[in-house]
Structures are given as structure tokens and as C-alpha cells.
Design a protein around this ligand. Structure first.
Ligand code: FAD
Length: 239
């Protein structure tokens, strides 16, 4: 009887999962061609791969969402067995993944690359009050649309909770916002406040030494040690 190939299952078809599956199949292509190994990528049912750093340029620039969305199937090497379904369960004792269809995938090696998701519902009032550039192209477009009709006022930007992905992106957003408002000619009508639970504008001190003077120069108010507990959508205040 022919031995079953060693099965490597990667769960999650984002940056990490797609790269892991591609790099593994590149390195193991001899073993895959001779059916000693197989690599299965459980990439989720959305079928689309999104380049998340682009969210910033959708929200504060003119990048069109379609530029950062690609078919997952166009990004994986031919040796990767692509499964476009969500995984619903990982059984590490039986070494088995359950898919949303009920099908089970046995694995010998497992790579979990399911990423993280910003969940604004954790903070009361935040979802109703705030917009964010950390979840989807559609959410980022809401920021662009809001800025297009914005004529002045107070914009609070920052980090609502830790951990969060991409430490630089809130700083980048503040700078891009400032730049956008200057180009629109309304920077003098807008107060920008940057709130962060960290003791400085950037989590790591060496980078903070660059960011802090820039905030000051651009007139971006900095509020440190700020942990957002709740937001009142009616009075438009953060606590
Ligand atoms: C605004 C912004 C700017 C950024 N800028 C940079 C930058 O300049 N440089 C940089 O290096 N990084 C940047 N990042 C961070 C970078 O995008 C992330 O670190 C990276 O996407 C993480 O990759 P990942 O594979 O761990 O997760 P993700 O890319 O989030 O992928 C996780 C995948 O798993 C899938 N998944 C989840 N659950 C399941 C399930 N049950 N079954 C199947 N699939 C599932 C999801 O649908 C998703 O496709 C930025 C992020 C943001 C939001």
C-alpha cells in the first residue's frame, strides 16, 4: 500500500499563511512532486486576499480598494492545494481540522495564521462613534467619504486598545490626516488629538524620538496613558 503523504496544513490565507504555503512548497517541491509531502492552505471562504497596509491610502489618499484586493488563487503556487473554506475547529489531539462543510483534514504539521481582527464592539459606544482603518477596504472608504465632506472641528485619532496590529499605522494615519487637511486648505480649522495607551507616541522609544517632535511641529496634540473605556456617541466624548 502506498504511504499517505506527510500533510502540512496552513490555516489562514493572509500575508503569513500565503507566504508560508508558497515558501514551503518552493522548498519542498521535490517531495511534493514525488507525493511524499502535500501542503494544504485553508484560506477561508472570502476568496480574496487583501494587502492591509493599503487601508491607510484608501482612507487618507485616493487609492482604489480594488488595487489591494486579489484573488487568493492567483497568489498561490501551483503545488499548494487551496481550500477556500473557513476552518471551524482545530483538534490538536486527533490532529485534525474541521472545515465549515463538515469535512475533516488530517494534518501532520499545522501552521496557524488566522491573523487578528480589530473589534470595536468591545468598547461601549466606539462602534457607533468611530471609524477605523484596520478592518476592511469598505471601512477605510467610510473615512475617505467622511473627510470629503468635513469642513472643520476636532478629530481624535489613535489606539483604542492593545494589542493591535501594525504599531506604526496609527502614527502614519495621524501624519496622513494632517497632510490631507493641509492639502485641502483646512488644517487651521481642525484640532487633531492623538490618544495612546502607551507612554509615548510610538511604542518603541527610539522611533518615538522621531515622532514626538514631528507631532509638535505639525500641531498634533498628544495624550499618552489614555485607555479608552467608553465613547458617548451623543455627546461625542471619549472616556
Ligand atoms: C493599516 C495597516 C497598515 C499596516 N502596515 C504595515 C506595514 O507597513 N508593514 C508591515 O509589515 N505590516 C503592516 N501591517 C500589518 C500587516 O498587514 C499584518 O501584520 C499582516 O497582514 C498579518 O498577517 P497574518 O497572515 O498574520 O494575518 P492576516 O493578513 O490578517 O490574515 C489572516 C487570514 O486568516 C483568515 N482566517 C481567519 N480565520 C480563519 C478561519 N477560521 N478559517 C480560514 N481562514 C481564516 C482571514 O480571513 C485572513 O485572510 C499593517 C496593517 C494595517 C491594518
Amino acid at each position: 500500500m502506498e504511504a499517505r503523504p506527510i500533510n502540512v496544513v496552513v490555516v489562514g490565507g493572509g500575508t503569513g499563511g500565503t507566504l508560508a504555503a508558497n515558501l514551503l512548497t518552493k522548498q519542498l517541491h521535490n517531495e511534493i512532486d514525488t507525493r511524499r509531502v502535500q501542503v494544504q492552505l485553508v484560506a477561508g471562504s472570502e476568496r480574496r486576499h487583501i494587502f492591509q497596509p493599503g487601508y491607510l491610502h484608501i482612507a487618507f489618499g485616493d487609492l482604489e480598494p480594488k488595487k489591494i484586493i486579489h484573488e487568493e488563487s492567483a497568489l498561490v503556487r501551483r503545488e499548494v492545494q487551496l481550500i477556500e473554506q473557513d476552518a471551524t475547529r482545530i483538534d490538536s489531539t486527533a490532529k485534525e481540522i474541521t472545515l465549515v462543510s463538515g469535512e475533516k483534514l488530517p494534518y501532520d504539521y499545522l501552521i496557524i495564521a488566522t491573523g487578528s481582527v480589530a473589534d470595536s464592539s468591545i468598547i461601549p459606544g466606539l462602534r457607533e462613534s468611530g471609524l477605523n482603518f484596520h478592518t476592511s477596504p469598505e471601512e477605510s472608504m467610510k473615512i475617505r467619504n467622511a473627510l470629503e465632506v468635513f469642513e472643520g472641528g476636532h478629530i481624535v485619532i489613535g489606539i483604542a486598545g492593545v494589542p493591535h496590529k501594525c504599531p506604526p499605522s496609527p502614527n502614519e494615519a495621524a501624519f496622513l490626516l494632517d497632510d490631507y487637511l493641509r492639502k485641502k486648505g483646512i488644517r487651521d480649522k481642525v484640532k487633531i488629538t492623538y490618544v495612546t495607551p502607551y507612554p509615548r507616541p510610538y511604542p518603541a522609544e527610539p522611533m518615538s524620538k522621531v515622532v514626538a517632535p514631528l507631532f509638535e511641529k505639525l500641531g498634533i496634540e498628544l495624550v499618552t496613558f489614555f485607555n479608552v473605556e467608553s465613547v458617548d456617541p451623543l455627546t461625542r466624548e471619549m472616556y
